[in-house]
Design a protein around this ligand. Structure first.
Ligand SMILES: CC(C)(COP(=O)(O)OP(=O)(O)OC[C@H]1O[C@@H](n2cnc3c(N)ncnc32)[C@H](O)[C@@H]1OP(=O)(O)O)[C@@H](O)C(=O)NCCC(=O)NCCS
Length: 169
């Protein structure tokens, strides 16, 4: 018999096709035009910091982390976070986000940024980046550019253009 309980586990390389299908269901075709998507396009994803949620063999949720930097200061960008629409509102997004933040903290990261809805992400401690402090390679509503410091004082070193970090970093 198939176990239909929710399983939260780290992402594996072979999850990629199912995650892409989930993104199509959750975000639709407009996802390719988003600034956050374009920034991640140039980044080597930190698969080790990705978390998935599955029910049986069906992948119902995913959160990823990408390595980014401003100048010499390296940190991570959370996203995309996606939960299958038919599984929304059951706490899966929250569980994935908390697990991803904890994974980044344990990996020694000092700061997480994201582009998303402040009313949703405030519950995890994300606050708006002070206006003018960070910019992305594309248009972003400043109210949706959020960060969460994992190491006290780390955000002081982050300012300017956020760029993707390459695979070797
Ligand atoms: C946003 C998303 C990840 C939430 O996943 P989820 O599993 O439904 O989230 P949870 O069950 O942990 O939390 C649900 C709560 O968040 C609230 N919520 C969901 N989206 C919200 C938003 N955009 N703004 C504010 N609150 C939101 C719900 O109203 C609900 O509130 P409640 O706890 O008071 O009932 C999911 O709806 C999704 O994949 N949406 C499409 C893709 C997207 O927008 N991703 C985030 C941007 S990167």
């Amino acid at each position: 018999m198939t176990d239909l309980s929710l399983v939260i586990r780290p992402e594996r390389p072979e999850d990629a096709p199912a995650i892409e299908r989930l993104h199509a269901r959750a975000f639709g075709p407009g996802r390719f035009a988003r600034t956050a998507y374009r920034l991640r396009e140039g980044a080597a994803e930190r698969v080790d910091l990705g978390i998935t949620a599955s029910v049986g063999s069906f992948l119902v949720g995913s959160v990823r982390m990408g390595p980014v930097r401003t100048g010499a200061t390296s940190f991570v960008m959370l996203g995309p976070l996606a939960v299958d629409p038919s599984f929304a509102g059951r706490g899966i997004g929250g569980t994935l986000t908390r697990a991803a933040i904890e994974g980044a903290r344990q990996a020694g990261e000092g700061l997480v940024i994201l582009v998303g809805d402040a009313p949703y992400y405030a519950r995890f401690g994300f606050t708006p980046v002070p206006p003018g402090r960070l910019s992305l390679p594309g248009p972003v509503d400043p109210a949706r550019l959020l960060w969460l410091e994992l190491a006290d004082g780390f955000s002081a070193g982050a300012s300017g253009l956020v760029e993707a970090r390459g695979a070797s970093l």
